[in-house]
Design a protein around this ligand. Structure first.
Ligand code: ADP
Ligand code: ZN
Length: 516
């Protein structure tokens, strides 16, 4: 408590901070999953001051390291970093300070930490804590896998006296397991995970159908005349174009992406933080480690690559606890471009990336409470079914269409074709198409052949996704056929009524009208 006040200047701990710090001080391995802004840094910085030896902080980005080291030094804490951007004499100076036990916190990237020269130096001093920031980077199932993080698995045993604490703001239950396994965390040696709440009650979440994004953006900004906010785009080109278009309209706006040189980027970021400019148009490069309390809106001009990314990005709004608006412009037309963007040489990583993207699409299409979905994604159960802060909870119920008949037709067609075909073939059968596959399997003889002609192919696809997300049908994997769930029988036996939307455009434009 004394250090909290005198060094960090805070009166009290934030939720979980005290428990986490106690656990680390007891030298028990720890996994911390706390949302951005939850106060993770303090959880390793404070113990670092109480330990006699050194705390190593592994961090992926030089800019993040630098910010934290600068802050700590300002508070009078002896913290240094070792990275390739340091001048040689300073690097040597930092090394000698560490050797003389004069450093409390060493910030370092994983690929530097494994260098023999560094390991040798660290072997000669006492290391009390190995803190791993952005720990989700260790998991190939995470949304931001960094192969160099894998090296940490080998490093961990080199510091048997040190407690290991992993920190992340985004980890699904699967990624949490992966982190645990990679670092050899075991309950037998006192390991414990600390998972904070991901609920951000002050964020209002909406998704609208993207048809004229520039006009939609201008309309949105019109309603946020005084507010400061971030607009996320997929590509640098889009960032530059949109920033220009908004500047022409008289907005105080700056672009931000990895293609700009460092000086410019830093200047734009500072201008934004100081409220000298109101709007930042950015790629996802923007925001890591940014702590601006009064971001009033986050607008997604394009679909994010994953729910984790989405959550991180909207999480930059409303840090001051006041209400903030999150608007996502969603169009199915963006999906192929996104898919190619996340596709690389590694087959396994592609599968993970497509999987994440598909989750994001499902989130955008969802018709139930969005907050509940977000929380469920991170393994948390929402307190209510109706948050009152998302478009779906706010949409009047009478706008929903009755889809019971369509659901019955679709599900019985899945049944009659033997539960082994994908949506495309089922829809062909329903619409009475004359494909080779239909004749080959003699599906033109089924009673469900051609009973869904009045619904367009596109509408059927949209319906099929809704039936999936409502849990009537499921798929083993991306390539497998659709199978019925026990819930589907309620629909087939005419016990369950199904509601939803025939057209995404209809539904999403309704909700945008309702919200304005
Ligand atoms: P995270 O790494 O989880 O995103 P940070 O460690 O950057 O979060 O902390 C977010 C903000 O909260 C920082 O401005 C930090 O100074 C502040 N903060 C952290 N702990 C406390 C506390 N106990 N009381 C008040 N402010 C705190
Ligand atoms: Zn809701």
């Amino acid at each position: 408590m004394e250090l909290l006040k005198t060094i960090f200047g805070y009166d009290d701990f934030r939720p979980l901070q005290k428990q986490i710090i106690d656990h680390i001080l007891a030298k028990k391995d720890t996994l911390v999953v706390l949302p951005t802004g939850g106060g993770k840094s303090l959880c390793f910085q404070l113990p670092a001051l109480m330990f006699d030896g050194l705390t190593i902080v592994v961090s992926p980005l030089i800019s993040l390291m630098k910010d934290q080291v600068d802050q700590l030094q300002e508070m009078g804490v002896s913290a240094v970093c070792l990275n390739s951007s340091l001048p040689a004499d300073q690097y040597r100076h930092h090394m000698s300070l560490i050797r003389q036990n004069q450093v409390k916190l060493l910030y370092i990237a994983p690929e530097s930490l494994v260098r023999p020269q560094i390991l040798e130096m660290l072997g000669a001093v006492t290391v009390d804590c190995l803190a791993i920031d952005e720990a989700h980077c260790i998991s190939a199932w995470g949304h931001d896998f960094r192969p160099e993080y894998r090296l940490l698995a080998q490093i961990r045993p080199r510091f048997p006296e040190a407690v290991c604490a992993a920190f992340t703001a985004t980890a699904t239950p699967a990624v949490q397991k992966d982190i645990q396994a990679s670092l050899g965390f075991s309950a037998d040696t006192g390991f414990k995970p600390f998972i904070g709440s991901f609920d951000r009650e002050n964020l209002r979440i909406r998704v609208i159908f993207k048809d004229n994004p520039l006009q939609q953006t201008l309309g949105f900004l019109e309603a946020h005349k005084q507010d400061s906010g971030i607009i996320y785009c997929l590509s640098r080109k889009q960032v530059d174009a949109l920033a220009d278009q908004l500047a022409v309209q008289g907005f105080l706006v700056r672009p931000y992406h990895a293609g700009l040189d460092d000086t410019k980027r830093n200047r734009f970021q500072t201008e934004f933080i100081r409220d000298d400019v109101r709007i930042i148009v950015a790629t996802i490069a923007f925001g890591m480690g940014i702590d601006k309390p009064n971001v009033r809106f986050v607008l997604h001009y394009d679909l994010p690559k994953s729910v984790e990314n989405y959550y991180q990005e909207i999480g930059r709004a409303g840090r001051d606890g006041l209400d903030a608006e999150c608007l996502l412009l969603f169009s199915h037309a963006d999906i192929p471009r996104l898919k190619s963007l996340v596709t690389g040489p590694d087959e396994q990583q592609n599968r993970a990336a497509w999987f994440h993207l598909e989750d994001m699409v499902r989130f955008a299409e969802a018709q139930d409470c969005r907050k509940k979905r977000l929380l469920a994604y991170f393994g948390e159960t929402a307190a209510t079914d109706d948050c009152g802060m998302c478009d779906n909870c706010l949409a009047p119920a009478d706008q929903v269409q009755d889809l019971t008949i369509e659901a019955q037709k679709f599900l019985s067609c899945v049944k009659r074709t033997g539960e082994r075909f994908g949506a495309g073939h089922i829809i062909d059968v329903l619409r009475g198409a004359e494909t080779k596959k239909i004749f080959q399997f003699r599906h033109h003889l089924l009673s469900t052949y051609g009973i869904g002609k009045e619904v367009s192919k596109k509408q059927w696809f949209y319906l099929s996704r809704q039936f999936q997300s409502k849990g009537f049908v499921q798929r083993e994997d991306n390539y497998g056929g659709l199978t019925l769930t026990p819930e589907a029988w309620g629909v087939l036996k005419k016990e369950t009524r199904v509601s939803g939307w025939l057209d995404p455009r209809h539904r999403l434009s309704q909700s945008s009208e309702a919200a304005t």
